[in-house]
Design a protein around this ligand. Structure first.
Ligand SMILES: [Zn+2]
Length: 166
């Protein structure tokens, strides 16, 4: 790589890191595992007209991550707090007047309803029709993530979780 290439790369990276501030008001979701931004869009159930900027494959320390800026400030905390189902590292920032006014790590609630599917074939929730959303999990441990189906008591971790999203 030439010096010019290096310089352009550096400028690009700086620009990407400052991009949050090009939005007047909204929510930044940072540290998204590579390629999982669209699942987040579905979990948050955003309005179809909401403007969303997704940066994929950003260099992040030794890792590669995605980042999303949503031009919508009325996203319910209840929805944002489901994001550790995607990753414990996710970081949320609220932006107002081009400034970060709040930054926090989302925290899972004690119980998670509807957004997950119990994959135990004997679970009573399997007998419901496929378009019904009935499911309820208790969060046993937040980090590392461990959940238990309230109905059949099967346990789930980060690797065998199944999200109930289209
Ligand atoms: Zn179950």
């Amino acid at each position: 790589m030439t010096d010019v290439d290096n310089q352009i790369n550096k400028l690009n990276e700086e620009f990407m890191n400052r991009r949050d501030f090009l939005v007047k008001e909204g929510v930044v979701i940072d540290n998204i595992p590579q390629g999982r931004s669209l699942e987040i869009v579905k979990i948050l159930n955003l309005k179809t007209k909401t403007r969303i900027h997704i940066d994929m494959n950003l260099n992040h320390e030794e890792d590669v991550k995605d980042k999303m800026v949503i031009e919508e400030i009325n996203i319910k905390d209840k929805k944002l707090n489901l994001l550790p189902l995607i990753s414990q590292d996710i970081l949320i920032k609220f932006i107002e007047e081009y400034k970060v006014i709040e930054e926090f790590k989302p925290e899972l609630p004690k119980f998670i309803e509807d957004i997950l599917i119990c994959t135990n074939s004997k679970c009573i929730t399997k007998n419901c029709t496929s378009n019904s959303n009935l499911s309820k999990f208790r969060v046993i441990n937040k980090s590392p993530l461990l959940l238990r189906c309230v109905y059949c008591e099967s346990k789930f971790n980060m690797t065998n979780l199944k999200l109930n999203i289209p």
